[in-house]
Design a protein around this ligand. Structure first.
Ligand SMILES: NC(=O)c1ccc[n+]([C@@H]2O[C@H](COP(=O)([O-])OP(=O)(O)OC[C@H]3O[C@@H](n4cnc5c(N)ncnc54)[C@H](OP(=O)(O)O)[C@@H]3O)[C@@H](O)[C@H]2O)c1
Length: 435
């Protein structure tokens, strides 16, 4: 059996998982790759107690791995967009195929990296970059190749889903759950990328590019995190039959492409509402197949390693093939990708959940509903609940029918000007995906 030499750069959570899984499941992995996959070197600044690298050579400078003439595939698992970028470029310069789990790198520099790789007949594979262990890249790029994709929506960040699940099931505060997520190792020490939606934005850009055949770009993407979400909104959503999820949504229409990441109310009976804790799920709606749902672990050492090794197997199996015979990084030749206009969030049509504090006296609600009607927004449900701090104010919760976001913004501005309304209006977008 021929052998393919792999150099792993980065021996953290995912790097250790890749090494351990390649060792433990070498027999079926080699059979599927039709070659012996051998980890020739590991580039790591320090040892990882979760990984016994035994006789494998450990190199302290990862760039030595990328330049080693005997290495066929460089596996980049250090993260970030600076050293990782240099490492990937160095590997390509030295004629290596690359496997990476790095969504930030692919979302921000993917076009350049893929172009360099294509010019050299090399592969840059990135299955683990989106939704961890779920083989969503392969599904979208290859499994759904016959389809025109209408839209996709996903829970693509495990940390935010864990936080929202805890807020929903136990009524806990955002800050409180965040601390637990950090203690459990779900969230980064600096959790901004997770809770502000940046990580999900990186992943959404990759999915949208594959779905709609457009170049990778973060431009125009709307991002809102979960830091301002209050437990009372999660509870009121439940009362109305909805669950709050942090979704990445990409939708194609005649006006362009919607690209947005934000907290979203989804009906509690929808499939995606049942995706809890650190799990991920991506729902894809396409013209031929209809709606499909891909569910599974979105992070973790071995789930992510599973996706990384799937890429290693792909590259190893076709390493001697003509470059044209391999599946292109973004599903087609890069020259065939077509930029699409990204829609302004103001032009997007959806339903809305609104909450505000209004004086508890006759006539107040009719003023509010008049403003809504004048703005051509119809109301699906309205509830009034005692204000948490008592006083003369009540919480008013409104669920609208589908409307343009700019119409809602206008109505919000008018309602906030009413003397009977106190503070600002909180609103959350509502989606009926599989209904
Ligand atoms: N963790 C997950 O569940 C998951 C899921 C999907 C994708 N990913 C992606 O996988 C990649 C790796 O994530 P991870 O969770 O494994 O991160 P991690 O646990 O922080 O591991 C990163 C490793 O890279 C090492 N490293 C960083 N810069 C280096 C350098 N210049 N030279 C040598 N080693 C260097 C770090 O070494 P030190 O310890 O010495 O700093 C650390 O061991 C990231 O792109 C991440 O986004 C992770």
């Amino acid at each position: 059996m021929r052998s393919v030499q792999v150099g792993i750069c980065g021996l953290g959570t995912v790097g250790a998982g890749v090494f351990n899984l390649l060792t433990r499941n070498s027999q079926p992995i080699n059979a599927r790759a039709n070659c012996a996959i051998n980890v020739l070197q590991v580039g790591a600044r320090r040892d990882n107690p979760n990984c016994d690298t035994a006789d494998t050579e450990i190199i302290r400078d990862i760039f030595d791995v990328a330049k080693n003439p005997q290495v066929d595939i460089v596996v980049e698992l250090i993260g970030g967009t600076t050293v990782a970028y240099d490492l990937v470029m160095t590997a390509l310069d030295h004629g290596k195929h690359v496997v990476t789990a790095n969504k930030a790198l692919i979302a921000e520099h993917g076009m350049e990296i893929f172009a360099v790789a294509a010019s050299k007949g090399l592969v840059v594979a990135y299955e683990a970059a989106v939704a961890g262990g779920i083989p969503i890249i392969k599904a979208l790029r290859e499994g759904l190749a016959a389809n025109r994709i209408n839209w996709l929506a996903g829970i693509i960040n495990g940390t935010t889903n864990f936080i929202l699940s805890e807020m929903d099931s136990k009524g806990r505060d955002f800050e409180d759950v965040l601390v637990e997520a950090q203690q459990k190792g779900y969230a980064e020490a600096d959790p901004t990328f997770d809770v502000e939606g940046i990580d999900a934005a990186h992943k959404l850009v990759i999915l949208a590019s594959l779905a709609f055949g457009m170049p990778l770009s973060l431009e125009g993407l709307f991002t809102d995190g979960i830091t301002n979400l209050e437990p009372q909104d999660v509870a009121y959503a439940r009362e109305l039959g909805y669950v709050v999820k942090h979704l990445g949504i990409a939708r194609s229409s005649d006006q362009g492409v919607e690209l947005r990441v934000h907290p979203t109310l989804v009906p509690e009976k929808s499939l995606i509402a049942a995706v809890n804790d650190v799990s991920n799920a991506v729902m894809i709606d396409a013209d031929a197949v209809g709606t499909t749902l891909f569910y599974g672990p979105g992070a973790g050492s071995e789930p992510t390693a599973s996706a990384v090794i799937a890429d290693i197997v792909d590259v190893a199996r076709t390493i001697d093939a003509e470059a044209d015979a391999r599946v292109p990084a973004l599903g087609c030749d890069l020259s065939l990708l077509q930029p699409r206009p990204i829609m302004d969030i103001e032009d997007i049509e959806t339903s809305f959940y609104m909450r505000f504090s209004a004086l508890d006296k006759p006539g107040v609600l009719s003023d509010i509903t008049k403003i809504m009607a004048d703005s051509s927004i119809s109301i699906e449900a309205i509830i009034q609940r005692e204000h948490p701090v008592g006083e003369d104010y009540v919480n008013v919760i409104i669920l609208t029918n589908v409307t343009k976001e700019k119409l809602l913004d206008g109505a919000v501005e008018h309602i906030e000007q009413l003397e009977t309304v106190r503070g600002s209006i909180h609103f959350i977008r509502v989606e009926h995906l599989d209904q």
